[in-house]
Design a protein around this ligand. Structure first.
Ligand code: AMP
Length: 373
């Protein structure tokens, strides 16, 4: 069994990992860390929850520390589809690198540029950014990417789904061609594969937990219910199943707000996050949820992307997603890093086709549950 000690990591990194109680590298970490340290490009098919962030952050931190350059330019760039993910990746770099003097900064939209601009005036080694805000900085000549040695595309499939392909291509023009590129994606088809081929140089291919295999530690179930009875069902589950800290997915922003209001009316501490909420409101909701000051967080898919909460026991699909992969992403929010989780879906008669497609993708039937079992 490989241990972090076998991966030839720096003592300060090992110390931080120990404090985080990471006892053993996950499969993706075992496979990619040595290759990244050797300088290879990586094409990794891995979804969130596999430990992919540490898989690239740890070796990048080590490479930057070892380089000991006098250059003030950023040496690594991580592109992420959403602000939440960018913030989380930044936090990971800070966590694993807390005993190194490698500085990381996240640049994302939805907030004023002023503070980020101020932070950029100091030396920054790792930039974690969403494509739009990064381009703003490049175009205003506030950021020089000519010193980049490591480029990471995180959740590349999502980045393309969200229409960032042109932004990504534009950004690539400002980065040296001679670099290490690390490409992470939950799926590897069509445009994603094309993009990977066009930017990677003889990559080492790594595949763990493909999107069609839902984590085994997640207990899944489905309640067949009319749409108008879903809120009552949720309330009853909250009471009978003791749903603590539950992430509830709705299809629309409006639906998220409405459900949140109904829960609050019943005295249940909840908040909604979606694209119409300010960055501040989203961050506050997330922090409160992480601190267990909120019992229920209602989210739409885009807002929930990148949410990383330890010990999240329950995910509820208040609506069944019409894209089967989205189901896998959603329920991947629970049962992370080896913990147990429960994913409960509410399926109305019109949603049965979506459920069928999901079952086809995961190659398994989702067992039916009733309030009596
Ligand atoms: P990610 O797939 O990067 O979103 O990581 C999922 C979760 O796993 C995060 O909460 C990490 O803190 C956690 N994690 C990553 N690597 C390990 C490890 N080797 N041991 C325990 N937890 C880990």
């Amino acid at each position: 069994m490989t241990a972090f000690n076998d991966l030839q990591l720096l003592q300060p990194i090992l110390k931080a990992l120990q404090e985080e109680q990471y006892h053993q590298p996950t499969p993706i970490q075992q496979k990619t860390i040595p290759e990244i340290l050797k300088g290879h490009d990586i094409l990794a098919c891995a979804q969130t929850g596999t430990g992919k962030t540490a898989a690239f952050a740890i070796p990048i931190l080590q490479a930057i520390h070892n380089r000991q350059t006098s250059s003030k330019l950023p040496q690594a760039l991580v592109l992420c589809p959403t602000r939440e993910l960018a913030i989380q990746v930044e936090e990971s770099f800070i966590t694993y690198g807390r005993y190194l003097s490698v500085r990381c900064l996240a640049l994302y939209g939805g907030v004023s540029q002023v503070n980020q601009e101020k932070e950029l005036k100091r030396k920054v080694d790792v930039i974690v950014a969403t494509p739009g805000r990064l381009l703003d900085f490049i175009q205003q000549e506030l950021l020089d990417l000519s010193g980049i040695h490591h480029l990471v595309l995180d959740e590349a499939d999502r980045m393309l789904d969200m229409g960032f392909i042109h932004d990504v291509k534009r950004i690539l023009r400002f980065i040296p061609e001679k670099r290490q590129t690390l490409f992470f994606s939950a799926t590897m088809q069509g445009e994603v594969q094309k993009l990977a081929q066009s930017i990677l140089n003889n990559p080492v291919q790594v595949k763990v937990n493909p999107v069609s295999s839902t984590a085994t530690k997640i207990q899944q179930s489905v309640y067949y219910v009319e749409q108008k009875e879903k809120t009552a069902l949720l309330l009853s589950l909250i009471k009978t199943k003791g749903l603590e800290r539950t992430l509830v997915f709705t299809r629309t922003k409006y639906g998220a707000d409405r459900l949140c209001k109904q829960l609050k009316k019943q005295g249940i501490q909840s908040a909604a996050i979606h694209g119409d909420k300010s960055q501040g409101a989203r961050q506050k909701a997330l922090t409160d949820f992480k601190k267990s000051q909120l019992q229920i967080l209602v989210a739409t898919d885009i807002a929930a992307r990148g949410i990383d909460i330890d010990d999240l026991g329950f995910v509820v699909n208040y609506e069944i997603p019409n894209i089967p992969e989205t189901y896998v992403h959603r329920i991947g929010r629970t049962g992370r890093a080896g913990q147990e989780g429960m994913a409960i879906s509410f399926c109305n008669p019109e949603e049965k086709t979506h459920l069928k497609n999901i079952q086809k993708l995961i190659g398994d039937a989702v067992p039916e549950a009733t309030l009596n079992n």
